[in-house]
Ligand binder design. Sequence first.
Ligand code: MTE
Length: 320
Amino acid sequence: MHINRKHSWQLPDSAVTPESQYLGRRKFLKAFGLGLAASVALPAVSRAATFGFPDSLNGGYSLAGVKLTSYNDVTGYNNFYEWGLDKGDPKVNANQGWKTEPWTIQIGGLCGKPGTYNVNDLVKTIGGIEQRNYRHRCVEAWSMVIPWDGFPLAKLVTMAEPKPEAKFLQFTSFLDPKNCPGQQSQDFPWPYTEGLTLAEATNELAFLATGIYGKPLLNQNGAPIRLVVPWKYGFKGAKSLMHIDFVANQPKTLWNGMAPNEYGFYANVNPEVDHPRWSQKTERVIGAGFFGGRQPTLKFNGYEKEVAALYTGLDLKKNF
Ligand code: MTE
């Protein structure tokens, strides 16, 4: 099927297409192929069993009656552009020796308690993990329901003691072009960055995930720690985080910087605001079959009650 892509970095119109060819891909894959050859020499990694914290479903987030997406689909159908542009690429390419254990994350910027943590120690300091079933809606108009393990972002914010001038959080994914050939491509301004207002970050739903289905996150899903913001399009959920910084001004984010007319800073799921190249009114449910599996998209991805108050007085069409 034909994909309309003016630039290699534009997300594909996968609402109606599979996910392969587009302009610029060859260039990207060339960098990728070269690096893959190099990465074969790296030792194979088996992720040590993680945290060992008790982990049970938080009943407030069970989504009773909603079918969970299979583990195979959640871990085999991914967007992680550092590791390739097709949905099956990250599963293969992020597991050729890329090491995500041990992992250090830095909490910094405008806060009273900055810190550098081994992720396992961070989880311990935060007080453990819990499981929440969340809807996951990609801007490309497909969706899943994922049982994440992790902890509320609000706990980390409280621990870091933000200064009064801190108004936003910036999230920065890993940067390792030596071991991640995709990051040798100039098509994206690596590292991947995202941001939230402080009010969004302290909303009860904002989550830092360390696992899926009770197992440690696999590399393709953003091991060992990634952001999950279920009322926003999936691209807000930066993977494999190395930095979380408290900042005074709206931070630069990768997709918004590359195509501000297509990917807003807020990126709240909204069936009333179409993407310039496709409708956001419905979504393809992954695992439910290509033709049988479309359903209406819900405002704020079904979390209107929990988050609408964050946007009182804001024109959601302008501030998409
Ligand atoms: N984070 C990084 N570092 N790189 C990416 O390419 N893709 C985003 C987001 N986080 C991305 C990322 C997009 S577009 C989506 S939809 C989700 O991750 C996909 O998460 P999943 O693969 O776990 O479903």
